[in-house]
Write a protein that binds this ligand. Sequence first.
Ligand code: ATP
Ligand code: MG
Length: 274
Amino acid sequence: MKGFELQGITRDFAHPTPHAVLRGIDLTVTAGELLSLVGPSGSGKTTLLRIIAGLDRVFGGKLIWPDGRRPTTAMVFQEPRLVPWLSILDNLLLVAGEASRDEATVALAEVELAGSEHAFPGQLSGGMQRRASLARALLTRPALLLLDEPFISLDAACAGRMRRLLATYWQKHGVTIVLVTHDLREAVELSTRIVALSPQEGRLMKEVPLPLPRPRADAAIDEALAGLRALTDGWPQPSDSSDSASARCGPTTAQTSHFSRARSRFLALSRSIA
Ligand SMILES: Nc1ncnc2c1ncn2[C@@H]1O[C@H](COP(=O)(O)OP(=O)(O)OP(=O)(O)O)[C@@H](O)[C@H]1O
Ligand SMILES: [Mg+2]
């Protein structure tokens, strides 16, 4: 794969009220890089990933692929998307093909799911489903791998092992990766470059190259992190209870009143049926 380019990407949504999410995103992703995309909740990270994946085609601007078409792409969604009536192993075989049974078994063992191959998704924890989704994506050997907060519900030790698995996979296969994360430390540990979306304007706020040697020692990560604090300037803080901060994190006032009108209509309808 030769990398790709985003030119002036914009995305507006009409519902529940018209709002702009992305505004003029320009970004070149180099072949074989492991790019982290960070930004506060609601800043448009998933929206941008879905556009890159080709799942959302209603955007402004251009996505430019060197050979004119998107390379083989795999995506790990923010919420694991496994077929509920297939076993975990069959979920992997559904995309990789029956001939990949041995490889799929190895891929599941690598994400510490040996022994759970024949369980159904509903019988696994959220973190186990997330790891199964990661195994499924890696198994397809994509040229482009899109990861939306893949380690979010894992305990710290397990997340650390999964990050090392991903780093080893990336180095071995030379895949291009775009990783969405809230965790700056994770981004510093893994990435060749971090790009941050601004909290309000839907623009790229900053790009930070990370030419640190690998594997990255804790001390080197701490030092790089100290220089990156400005990246989170303007992100809503847990202690920040001002109206503007809570509005950025949750629904807007217009969205809230839309939801409360919908709720009233639903309750009235329920009463009329009863
Ligand atoms: N299909 C949709 N219809 C309407 N609004 C949408 C839709 N998808 C996303 N949005 C809005 O776009 C904004 C950005 O959403 P997005 O999911 O990209 O944020 P995010 O940065 O991934 O957040 P998080 O870190 O919480 O996952 C939000 O305000 C969201 O409500
Ligand atoms: Mg998201």
